[in-house]
Write a protein of this length. Structure first.
Length: 387
């Protein structure tokens, strides 16, 4: 048994293939790596049949390039699906505090889908159906019907660290499927249990993790670290365990992975094929237990407050406002501003007043793309708050 396998939660029994393929940063290299990663776990033709409706679920959580699934990976998956005669579409709902349609436009997903000739589905705008959940804390989930009707689900998450769940890979990526009301409840009743419950309903036919870069200690605004891998497999729990090991995190320390295995969701012990010996693994730092528990309690408290607010104010949420005043946000320091107007022109949602040189919070809080701070030549726009 290899050193990496010793940390897997179930060290024996049935095997579950997980491919780890190294990749360069070029379009050609990344697409070839995706193709090989799929072939190593059986090939797309074992998953997609002619005429199948194939839903591709990437991670478009927020309007930041480092936090989203690489478009080269999505493109290769689309091409592989079409070779098998499948009909691909892309579907997603952005993070709870973000506007999905604006996120699509800012990251280039809208244009990408048009160029590829595929439907881009905003789950927030879709008709909703109900699915019963056999959980003590949650009895049903509201799910877009287009997800329920798809023949094949291909899960393409971005490899990231996360302030609440420690890591965000395949299992966590499914949190973008339920409607926002159900997502709020999943947070209220415990996101770790919620992720496991969601994975009892949706079992992706294939999970392909974008590990070309890894977001650091913060899931959305963190620094990117080069890893250069594609990880793929049909068992999302096994895939997530392998991803943990590649960044120096013990799978047994991840609560939603433990919950999933307790629920019997793991299809077998991960058997790694491909280029594991060529990977230059990185070591990410886990939060200290007390800090993580306090952070999680505050985060859960925010969603409890939002849930109570939503009872009296249906279809409204406090989350964007709370994130704006407590989380990461841009602020213009007037004393440093030379009135060049670059921030006004660069803002994709026109949230900066050209006369007062002030950021309009009611517009920016649903995006917070930070493009203004990145492009300001005078350094007059600073980042406030914490994630």
């Amino acid at each position: 048994m290899s050193k990496i396998a010793k940390n897997f939660i179930h060290p024996a029994g049935k095997k579950s293939l997980v491919s780890v393929v190294t990749s360069g940063s070029t379009t050609l290299s990344s697409k070839k790596s995706v193709k090989r990663a799929i072939e190593l776990v059986g090939g797309m033709d074992k998953i997609v049949n002619r005429g199948d409706s194939v839903l591709i679920k990437p991670n478009f959580v927020a309007p930041f390039s480092g936090a989203i699934t690489n478009f080269n990976i999505i493109e290769e998956v689309i091409e592989e699906v079409r070779k098998c005669g499948g009909e691909p579409m892309i579907g997603e709902s952005a993070g709870f505090e973000f506007d999905t349609e604006k996120t699509f436009d800012i990251i280039g997903a809208t244009k990408f889908a048009q160029n590829m000739g595929v439907k881009l589905v905003n789950f927030d705008a879709e008709h909703i159906g109900k699915i019963k959940v056999n959980q003590i804390f949650l009895k049903e989930l509201m799910i877009p019907k287009i997800v329920m009707e798809a023949d094949v689900l291909i899960n393409i998450p971005k490899m990231k660290m996360h302030g609440i769940t420690t890591v965000s890979f395949g299992m966590k990526n499914l949190m973008g499927i339920p409607n926002r009301e159900s997502r709020r409840k999943l947070h209220v009743f415990g996101i770790e249990r919620g992720i496991a419950a969601l994975n009892t309903i949706f079992k992706p036919d294939l999970t392909i993790v974008d590990g070309l870069t890894v977001m650091g200690s913060k899931a959305v605004y963190g620094n990117e670290l080069d890893l250069g891998v594609i990880v793929a497999g049909k068992d999302v729990v096994s895939v997530d365990q392998v991803c943990c090991e590649l960044i120096g995190i013990k799978p047994q320390n991840i609560t939603h992975i433990r919950h999933a295995i307790k629920e019997g969701l793991e299809q077998g012990h991960p058997e790694i094929v491909g280029d594991l010996n060529k990977v230059n693994k990185i070591s990410m730092r886990e939060q200290k237990t007390l800090h993580r528990l306090l952070h999680n309690a505050l985060f859960r408290g925010m969603y409890i407050a939002d849930y109570l607010y939503s009872i009296r104010h249906p279809n409204k949420s406090l989350i964007p406002t709370l994130h704006w005043y407590t989380g990461i946000r841009p602020k213009i320091e007037q004393s440093k501003c030379d009135r060049c107007g670059i921030c006004v022109d660069i803002c994709p949602i026109k949230a900066i007043n050209a006369e007062t040189i002030q950021i309009e919070s009611k517009k920016c809080m649903y995006v917070r793309c930070l493009k203004c701070a990145e492009q300001c030549p005078a350094g007059a726009i600073v980042i406030k708050g914490r994630q």
